[in-house]
Design a protein around this ligand. Structure first.
Ligand code: KG4
Ligand code: ZN
Length: 333
């Protein structure tokens, strides 16, 4: 089964060809980071225009690199949401046009399911599992009973963890995206600032990162007013310690409560070295799978892998009215 998949929910224009829900024949990712960096974050209108400019070229490269003919493609899959609505619509329109003109079935895929299924590329998912999904837009703990049987156990009540990383980085004068920079600096600093561990002692599996983010911003602001210097590396280390304490502790408790066979960590923040180290240190009795960094951040291969399993439940159709949805949540799919 060969799937052509498209991802354009944020600032990566990506098309992939995947085989049998496992093999990645090609995964072309055109990142717009350098363009958005100037603005300190993703500008939705700029993102949509960049997708329009590059989508056709990314399609051609993905097919060429996979060394397949268009006839061999069984169906097309495209990220439906959540994401930036204008950006999503570019990918959806391109995917629909391709599917329609080549008479292929098509399906819309939830971006978050894509992040979870990125784990299947280099590992085998085992059920029941708990997934910690941490990205720029989401922070979720999910119970996965079986393929495509996913239930939300907890979520962030305010900022997503990646968003908190990006805003903390910005307040420290670090470039966008802040996550990788803070992660790197954290390894050169020490946990010296006394930052809160939000929701750590609460029984529930929800998260809250806006108070922690504000604590850093306030410390930076107060230091500026007093003409004092913030130790950036130590602040990064303190923030990262606080975030990873909360994420790891909740994941550990959640996995124990639901007696799972596996913990899946997914999304852009799953690239975080501090998080990976702490998970390995603190959870030794349950298998943890985390995609390699190139499959943690946004790309179309993950959409193709999710689509393979989605197709077993609800096959792709020659119905060309895929709707973009910026709020499509995990329980609605
Ligand atoms: O999954 P993703 O590529 O896009 C969304 O769907 O949001 O995640 C992007 C987020 C950004 O907030 C970025 O700062 C964060 O993932 N990120 C990291 C790291 N690498 C990327 N956060 C912490 N540590 C990292 N190493
Ligand atoms: Zn994402």
């Amino acid at each position: 089964m060969i799937i052509l998949s498209v991802e354009s929910s944020c600032d990566e224009t990506s098309v992939a060809i995947t085989k049998d829900g496992k093999e990645v024949l090609s995964n072309i990712v055109l990142s717009q980071i350098d363009i958005h960096k100037v603005f300190g974050g993703v500008v939705p209108e700029v993102a949509s225009r960049q997708h329009v400019e590059h989508m056709t070229q990314v399609f051609s490269e993905a097919i060429l690199k996979a060394n397949i003919t268009i006839e061999e493609i069984d169906f097309v899959a495209v990220t439906q949401g959540p994401g930036l609505i204008g950006a999503l619509l570019v990918g959806i329109n391109a995917a629909v046009a391709f599917a329609y003109s080549h008479d292929k079935p098509i399906m819309g895929v939830n971006h978050l399911f894509g992040h979870i299924y990125a784990s299947q590329i280099e590992n085998e998912m085992k059920f029941p599992a708990v997934a910690l999904l941490v990205s720029g837009g989401h922070t979720e703990l999910l119970y996965i009973k079986d393929h495509y049987q996913i239930e939300q156990l907890g979520s962030t009540l305010d900022d997503a963890v990646g968003e908190a990383y990006d805003k903390v980085a910005r307040s420290l004068g670090l470039p966008y995206p802040g996550g990788p920079v803070v992660d790197k600096l954290a390894h050169t600093g020490k946990d010296t600032y006394k930052l809160p561990r939000p929701y750590l002692n609460k029984e529930e599996f929800n998260f809250s990162f806006s108070g922690l983010k504000s604590a850093v911003i306030n410390l930076v602001h107060n230091a500026e007013q007093r003409n004092e210097k913030i130790d950036v590396a130590n602040m990064c280390a303190s923030f990262q310690e606080s975030v990873t304490d909360v994420l790891v502790d909740k994941t550990k408790r959640c996995a124990a409560k639901y007696n799972v066979k596996q913990i899946i960590v997914a999304g852009g923040v799953a690239a975080n070295k501090g998080l990976r180290e702490k998970l390995a240190e603190q959870i030794k009795d349950i298998e943890i799978i985390i995609p390699s960094i190139k499959y943690c951040t946004d790309q179309a291969a993950m959409i193709g892998i999710a689509a393979y399993y989605q197709n077993k439940i609800e096959p792709a159709k020659k119905d060309y009215f895929i709707k973009g949805d910026s709020t499509l949540d995990i329980n609605q799919s």
